[in-house]
Write a protein that binds this ligand. Structure first.
Ligand SMILES: [Zn+2]
Length: 281
């Protein structure tokens, strides 16, 4: 049965330009695209280049071309000048993130942290591990009375579940993914997020920030990540896993669709199949 038209279904594909897209990125992009298009929704393209050390501007054009080559057309985000072609770049939105960070600070939900990677590796505090394998920050600076601005390294979120994650690195000025993604999803009215299941553990961080700022929680759909023959997650920095052009395009689309068919719930496959056929066959 055809889904009812719903103009409020808004999704996004948000790659980081740390390398060309690979098959795993294509799977996520295709899943996002089909998910919103099956309900006549819109898909924004957001370039998550807020990490100034790892982002490489030369990959942005390539990523856009790879999406177009594989039939994934994004909708034009209307609140930007035409020359940006309706795409949001996080590197140009620092003032927006600063604004929300200021607000969080006024609510006493941030604190300065002087710990470095090195000092944390030598600390006597008990270190627990998060589900992601990351070390849980042992809350050393959370209740510090005095700060020394020249020595502070990061600004952390004061969480209610002891996971005081980094919001901003003061050494570079960069905002963290866990923070920027929440602000942009809110400002772009995103109602559906489709992403790799390797990011499952970030939900709680997103929701902590969303709850404090009074943002709605988007519906999140996780797609099992694509692994290579050794069972390793594909990496953007690995030359061998990048998407190829020309005669490989059709094969790559088919591989992505096969991955979704094998791994996604049948109710979801049934929902997106008519759309898939409209676009690709
Ligand atoms: Zn600290």
């Amino acid at each position: 049965m055809k889904e009812k038209s719903n103009k409020n279904v808004l999704g996004r594909f948000a790659p980081s330009p740390t390398g060309p897209l690979h098959l795993g990125s294509l799977v996520t992009a295709l899943a996002s695209f089909l998910d919103v298009k099956s309900e006549n929704g819109k898909l924004w393209l957001r370039i998550e280049d807020s990490d100034s050390q790892r982002s490489k501007p030369n990959f942005i054009g390539l990523i856009k071309q790879q999406l177009v080559d594989h039939g994934i057309a994004w909708d034009v985000w209307p609140n930007l000048a035409h020359e940006r072609a309706g795409v949001i770049y996080q590197s140009e939105r620092q003032h927006i993130y600063s604004h929300f960070l200021h607000y969080l600070s006024t609510l006493d939900r941030t604190f300065l942290c002087k710990c470095t990677r090195k000092s944390l590796s030598r600390t006597n505090h008990f270190i627990e591990y998060l589900e992601s394998g990351e070390k849980r920050y042992p809350q050393i600076c959370r209740d510090r009375k005095s700060v020394c601005l020249s020595k502070e390294q990061t600004l952390r979120f004061k969480s209610t579940n002891r996971d005081d994650f980094v919001i901003r690195r003061l050494t570079t000025g960069d905002f963290s993914y866990a923070f920027t993604v929440v602000i942009d999803d809110y400002l772009q009215g995103v109602t559906r997020v489709v992403r790799g299941d390797d990011l499952k553990f970030t939900i709680e961080r997103n929701r902590q920030v969303q709850a404090i700022l009074g943002f709605p929680f988007p519906t999140i759909l996780h797609v099992p990540v694509v692994r290579d023959s050794n069972g390793r997650k594909l990496s953007k920095t690995d030359e061998h896993s990048k998407l190829r052009g020309g005669k490989f395009i059709k094969k790559q689309i088919t591989q992505s669709w096969t991955h979704l068919r094998k791994n996604m719930p049948s109710s979801w496959i049934e929902k997106v199949t008519p759309t898939y056929e409209n676009y690709f066959f």
